[in-house]
Design a protein around this ligand. Sequence first.
Ligand code: T6T
Length: 323
Amino acid sequence: MKKFIITLLLICLGLSFIAMAGVAKQLKFAFMPGIADPFYFTMEKGAKAKAAELGVELIVGEYPKAWGPEYQVPILKALVARGDIDLLFTAPTSVEALIPVLKEISDSGIPVITVDTYIGDGDYTKPSNYNFPLAFIGTDNFLGGEVVAGQLALLLGGKGKVFLENTNPDVSSVMGRELGFRAGLKIFPDMELVGVEYCLDIQETAVAQVGAALQKNPDLAGVFGVNVFSAQGAYQAVVSAGLGGAVKIATWDATETLIEALKRKELNLILAQMPAEIGSLAVEWGFKHLTEGAEIPKKVIPGFFVFTQENVNDPEAQQYIYK
Ligand code: T6T
């Protein structure tokens, strides 16, 4: 009898070892967005789809109601305080202010990928106090800014006064767009940038700032709004001044609001990023890194698509509208 019980125990022990070996631990990734807007909602969708495909559990931090470290950092801290996160990907809302908190998270053993925005100058290959993220995955904002400048110049026949509505001077993405736009305009000696304002990612402020620029410059020929809220604000200001069509409007981020305005020919172009792809790539690279030890390229740069009045109804273009 004793021998039988011992044999039974050994069999049970063996079976539980086999079961444990067969069931790999499910990875848990955390995503901390920059603000509640269609760009990050679409990024979450892309990340969720890839996570489901790979069997990763995706935990999404509460969406900050406004832009800035004061809103993002407390949510980020609460997210990692759960203690069971295997990897974090996030859009830092400031190049400097997010360094200490992300460093602390990385030092605690949670690998960090920055998506959409970066810390420092975004070069994670050289020695610095911000080179600890595994990678930056996001748009080439400088290139996009140059493209927008070129397109706006084409729409204006290469001459005229333009105004740029930006959000925050300490955010890598939008500053890249501004610098690219400035560089792109240099090719056209008769194009003049008459002003730049920062709305802190508040649409009403963008409306007021662009409205004031229109009053100050009655001969303003074009406006560039660099992200969802600055673009929607710029569009609103031009239309409510009765200048829709007369003042050319270049925008960034393909929200349904902007797409509908483009279809009505009330604005001229929209640069669409690939937020779903950015989210999907973050999950895919994080998974490969943790399961196969893959080294992630320090910069992963998906492309972008430019919507115009001519292509906005093309069936192939519809996939670039944020969901
Ligand atoms: O344009 C995106 C994002 O790329 C940027 O970093 C912040 O603004 C958006 O989220 C749009 O509102």
